[in-house]
Design a protein around this ligand. Structure first.
Ligand SMILES: [Cu+2]
Length: 511
């Protein structure tokens, strides 16, 4: 059957690739769970944390139906789904899921179908999460992988499937409405209780939840797709006695680079090739995290954030080596973001428009400002000043400059629907316009960050910090490019048009 299919395909090579419609149904439900051993109510897709894996092949069309069945009043009752990192063409921008920018949330006991064609031959590692307030902190997060049958790097690995996806994320024991109230009252961003690796973790004094086990066979090469699904924390990924060869950065095929430690900010993804080339045994996968002052939450113990790489034939037990935070000192060969190169060089075009964004927190308050404006979602469907909207012409190159800041944690800025040339990484003083990496989340911090993006794909694209506590506190802008072109192109459905009046009519506790 396979042979026949490939013969037929070969005969049809001159035709466009087949593209499938991928129907997915996600019941958004409150479910009890204990990812790190502490039982709590969560917001989930289909009852699990993380949510079900969504897979597609490049060129397919995702048709994701969300049935909102949420009923727990300690968390938001409405919902909205964002598919992080996917390119979204202008005509589909209304289905992009950004609450109050491209759509309104889906009310309780209502359904909505997001139809998103995968465009521009894009493939790679993505994820989905709620994009309503900080709701994804409560669990509504999951992986989304777009496979490329013609992956130019496929000769580098043997296995790439549902068993090779690593989702790391911060986890809280309390639900978001009280956490957010605490943040608003004190100006202190909530500090996570734990970290989870594929939905399991441990906290200080908690039960010994079995660590997640990644099974490998000696002599085999694996493509591990690592996603930081955090709302705050930075995870530092390493595997005892193994190197990791980075081959993807936020969906961009990456010139292979061997390292043994990778810092990943909230929202960032990498694919790494790991060769199981060590003696048959159990090895620690170290996934320590940082995010705020750990003394503010005594449940937190970043050393307990880890998983097990288990060779076939090894005993079903924990590794015998000590739990470390990963390579250090002379052994450390950490990823330097500025050293990432795309597999295919893509020089950054000269900028037509320059925008400087100054990020400033209001002391003691849950309020972040971009150029003195704290983003507030609109109450009407028009753009206004509190949305920090930058109205840009279509078909231009926009350069965004973040001056160096003194904040103690880097802000992972994320652009919706598009990616950007990262011409100056926060990890280096170097400016690289020749062959910079293209990605959709990059840290903004102490040395300054510069990125460029094209407005050839116009739309009202959200551009915000992926620390969702900061996002919720106003650290967001809208890069609204080619608004006239967008209005001419976008033909929203009646179902979309009905979302805002339905949401606006809800009592506050159902929003
Ligand atoms: Cu931030």
């Amino acid at each position: 059957m396979k042979l026949l299919a490939s013969t037929v395909l070969a005969a049809l090579l001159v035709l466009p690739a087949f593209s499938d419609t991928i129907p997915i149904t996600l019941d958004i439900v409150n479910a009890d769970g204990a990812p790190d051993g502490f039982n709590r109510s969560m917001v989930t897709a289909n009852g699990t944390y993380p949510g079900p894996l969504i897979t597609a092949t490049k060129g397919d069309t995702l048709v994701v139906t969300v049935n909102n069945l949420l009923d727990d009043p300690t968390m938001r009752r409405s919902t909205s789904l964002d598919f992080d990192g996917l390119f979204v063409n202008t005509p589909d921008s209304f289905n992009e899921g950004s609450s109050f920018v491209t759509t309104c949330p889906v009310a309780p006991n209502a359904s909505y179908t997001y139809t998103i064609p995968l465009v521009d031959g894009q493939a790679g590692t993505f994820w989905y999460h709620s994009q309503l307030s900080v709701q994804y902190v409560d669990g509504l997060r999951g992986a989304l992988v777009v496979y490329d049958p013609d992956d130019p790097l496929k000769d580098l690995y043997d296995v790439d499937d549902e068993t090779t996806i690593w989702q790391v994320g911060d986890w809280w024991h309390n639900t978001t409405l009280p956490l957010l109230a605490g943040y608003v009252a004190t100006g202190i961003v909530p500090v996570s209780d734990s970290g989870t690796f594929n939905g399991v973790g441990r906290f200080n004094g908690g039960p010994e939840v079995p660590f997640f086990v990644v099974n490998v066979v000696q002599g085999t090469r694996y493509r591990f797709r690592i996603i930081n699904t955090s709302a705050r924390n930075v995870f530092t990924m390493s595997i005892d006695s193994h190197n990791m060869t980075i081959i993807e950065t936020d969906g961009t095929p990456t010139s292979p680079m061997s390292v043994n430690s990778i810092d990943m900010l909230a929202g960032q993804r990498h694919s790494v090739v790991v060769e199981a080339n060590q003696p048959v045994a159990n090895y620690w996968i170290n996934a320590p995290y940082v995010g705020g002052d750990p003394t503010r939450n005594l449940n937190q113990n970043a050393t307990l954030s880890r998983a097990i790489l288990r060779y076939q034939g090894a005993a079903e037990e924990d590794p015998s080596s000590p739990m470390s935070l990963g390579p250090a000192g002379a052994e450390l060969n950490a990823l330097v973001e500025a050293n990432l190169r795309p597999l295919v060089a893509s020089p950054a075009p000269e900028a037509d428009i320059n925008i400087t964004l100054n990020l400033v927190v209001t002391a003691g308050k849950a309020q972040w400002n971009v150029n003195n404006v704290s983003y507030l979602p609109p109450t009407t469907e028009d753009f206004n000043v509190t949305e920090n909207t930058f109205v840009l012409p279509a078909n231009k190159i926009v350069q965004v400059i973040f001056p160096p800041s003194i904040d103690d944690e880097a802000h992972p800025f994320h652009l919706h629907g598009n990616n950007f040339w990262l011409i100056k990484s926060n990890s280096s003083e170097e400016i690289n316009t020749e062959n910079p990496i293209k990605r959709d989340v990059a840290g903004v911090g102490s040395t300054g960050t510069i990125m460029r993006f094209s407005t050839a794909n116009p739309g009202p694209w959200f551009f915000h910090c992926h620390i969702f506590w900061h996002f919720q506190a106003g650290l967001a802008t809208v890069m609204a490019s080619g608004l006239d072109e967008t209005r001419e192109t976008v033909k929203p459905t009646q179902a979309w048009t009905d979302l805002c009046p339905a949401y606006d009519a809800l009592p506050a506790d159902l929003q």
